[in-house]
Ligand binder design. Sequence first.
Ligand code: C5P
Length: 289
Amino acid sequence: MPERWSAPAPAKVNLVLEVTGRREDGYHEIDTVLQTLQLADTVTVSAAQAPRLGVSGPFASGTPLDGSNLALRAAEALANRCGRNFPCSVELVKDIPPAGGLGGGASDAATVLRLLQRAWPGTTDADLLAAAAEVGSDEPALVLGGTVRARGRGEVAEPLGSLPPHGVVLFIPPATIERKTARMFAALDALPSDDGAVAAAFAARLPAAMTSADVHNSFERVAFDLFPGLAPLWEALEARIGEPVRLAGAGPTLFWIGPESRAPAVASAAAGLACSVVETATAGSLWRP
Ligand code: C5P
């Protein structure tokens, strides 16, 4: 039996993100459709004497190496739930830019859970989803992967059929803001809530061929105010591409989605603007049909 298990941990974008209310616990109810991408970190889990985390790759800096790391917390949550000895070594190769709304940290944690499921026979999907929900809001949807609807504070994840392959181009601004996600949700409190109708319609019938115009993200209502410099970048991208671009999750990354054949031209159109450009594509789940 192998002693090391390895898999990609994909980035995600939200194709729909509605914020449908505020909860007693300070969190918000959301209704979202996530889509995983080919852009991915690589996660390796192996047996160890004591919990250990190693991080390398282009975006290694900024990844916490202590017990606050979501990947280690996920391993600990699953071990506690399944009555297993926790010690394991987790190696992350970080190719997903951090803190941009692309879900890299949450996806690393979700992939650790999937790999421990291989290492610990008898671990069920229900165990994984429960451990994932303990660690964060996006983690259960990323345990499923592919195209997923998520409700509650994000932890109630429902797998959808697969969106056909699409090209995706990410435009990543150089800086984000402190406590981004909490501030984005708080800013929306001043505005009327969504009713979830867009997410429901999208989930009921996934589009065969979508463009950025089909993407809906309520955080766009407050993103211009909160991220300095985002508005001119957004306008310049849309002018050059001749199509809308959309906010990824809670931002500040922007993205385009459309036919795979058009993605190289869209990526080239952004040359010279104040952002990193990553050309990628949608990806089906690694873990379910
Ligand atoms: O899930 P995560 O830890 O990234 O969330 C960061 C913050 O965003 C939370 O502390 C909370 O203030 C806010 N949040 C929320 N509703 C959600 C998810 C996050 O209000 N569904």
